[in-house]
Design a protein around this ligand. Structure first.
Ligand code: TTP
Ligand code: MG
Length: 366
């Protein structure tokens, strides 16, 4: 069973400011508002016309203040609030400390923004009750070590975990067990689904869909007609399905690796092109070797003298780590372009994607 936690800090920037200056506790605090290009807040808040609110304390939210609102408007709504400039280096440092705490408790962690992360805890806990206890322990540690509160969602997948962490805030803990997932999602407005912005919300509304439950029971073809591929994904999400994995940063960074070369003179000489492909394959090979990756897909890119770009890809049956395999696949793909006919070529690129890692300890592909 997959167990995913989503942790999101409460009113992050302002909570850090309050921690640094406890006199602010319980007061409306608004962080943000520097003029474009300036890091420093202007002294009188009502003149910070162009600045916007980064975030504010929950006390300030009661006056209607929220993120992205012009500071001038926040000032009108709550003139007694404490207005503070953004101290990014401080929040980044706290964020790093928080992520280090979270990392200790996760099989895998994926930081999504300065104050939130997904944790895959599938091997740490094995049922929903212990998951709840586990999340309580994490919340306690964050409070003890950092003096900050957060809200946590626990669910069988990332999307539901993220929706759940937002369900009770601040200092919330929401567990959505697999068998309750559909019931949890059904009454929610569609905009609660991460990624559904005002445009998608409007499109769905015109189709008569306002709640996630309606989205779940809608004919998927109708959604595809209006939203393309995204319609399929939304339909799955609404039905409680999201197979996406919690990905560590290095996994996300290295979806592919490529090298390319532009010729000094455009060419269609097969020998020159093949030598070039071999050289690029070696460069790519050396780079993935250094990082311990193995590959499954090889692609080449060709830019012709008229700047038209063509790509060709080949996915192998299994992961490979040998240079000979990479060269062979790249040459085969190139053959189509270097048969001596047609336009001259200006640039060639070689790429590997579908990368895996050999975990030395477990001798398996992760
Ligand atoms: P959020 O997690 O969206 O907001 P928050 O942590 O302040 O409040 P909540 O309790 O609702 O989670 O964003 C995290 C930080 O990112 C936030 O503290 C400030 C910054 N931020 C901006 O600078 N501008 C924005 O428009 C938003 C939404 C956030
Ligand atoms: Mg937050």
């Amino acid at each position: 069973m997959k167990l995913i936690l989503h942790v999101d800090m409460d009113s992050f920037f302002s909570a850090v400011e309050v921690r640094e200056n406890p006199k602010l506790r319980g007061l409306p605090v608004v962080v943000g508002g520097h003029k474009a290009g300036e890091e420093k807040a202007v002294e009188e808040p009502d003149k910070r016309i162009r600045g916007v609110v980064s975030t504010c304390s929950y006390e300030a939210r009661e006056y209607g203040v929220h993120s992205a609102m012009p500071i001038s408007q926040a000032y009108k709504l709550c003139p007694d609030a404490k207005f503070l400039p953004v101290n990014m280096p401080l929040y980044k440092r706290v964020s790093r400390e928080l992520m280090a705490i979270l990392r200790e408790h996760a099989d895998k962690i994926e930081q999504v923004s300065i104050d939130e992360a997904f944790l895959d805890v599938s091997t740490k806990v094995h049922d929903w009750n212990s998951a709840r206890e586990y999340a309580r322990m994490i919340k306690r540690q964050i409070l003890e070590k950092e003096g900050l509160t957060c809200s946590v969602g626990i669910a069988p997948n990332k999307t539901i975990a993220k929706i759940a962490s937002d369900f009770v805030k601040p200092d919330g803990l929401t567990v959505v067990e697999e068998e309750n997932a559909r019931a949890f999602l059904t009454p929610l407005p569609v905009k609660k689904i991460p990624g559904v912005g005002p445009k998608t919300e409007e499109t769905l509304k015109r189709m008569g869909i306002e709640q996630v439950g309606q989205l779940a029971s809608c004919d998927v073809q109708k959604l595809v007609a209006k939203l393309g591929k995204y319609g399929t994904r939304l339909h799955l999400i609404a039905n409680g399905i999201d197979e996406s994995e919690v990905e560590e940063e290095w996994e996300r960074k290295r979806k592919s690796l490529s090298r390319e070369r532009t010729f000094a003179e455009d060419t269609k000489d097969a020998q020159v092109l093949n030598d070039c492909v071999d050289g690029l394959a070696e460069d790519v090979y050396n780079a993935i070797q250094r990082e311990g990756f193995i590959f499954k897909t090889v692609s080449i890119k060709v830019k012709f003298e008229d700047f038209v770009v063509c790509t060709r890809a080949k996915t192998l049956k299994s992961f490979h780590s040998e240079l000979s395999m990479l060269k062979k696949a790249a040459r085969e793909l190139m053959a189509e372009f270097s048969a001596g006919k047609g336009k001259k070529i200006r640039l060639v690129g070689v790429r590997v994607s579908n990368l895996g890692v050999v975990d030395e300890k477990q001798r398996r592909i992760v």
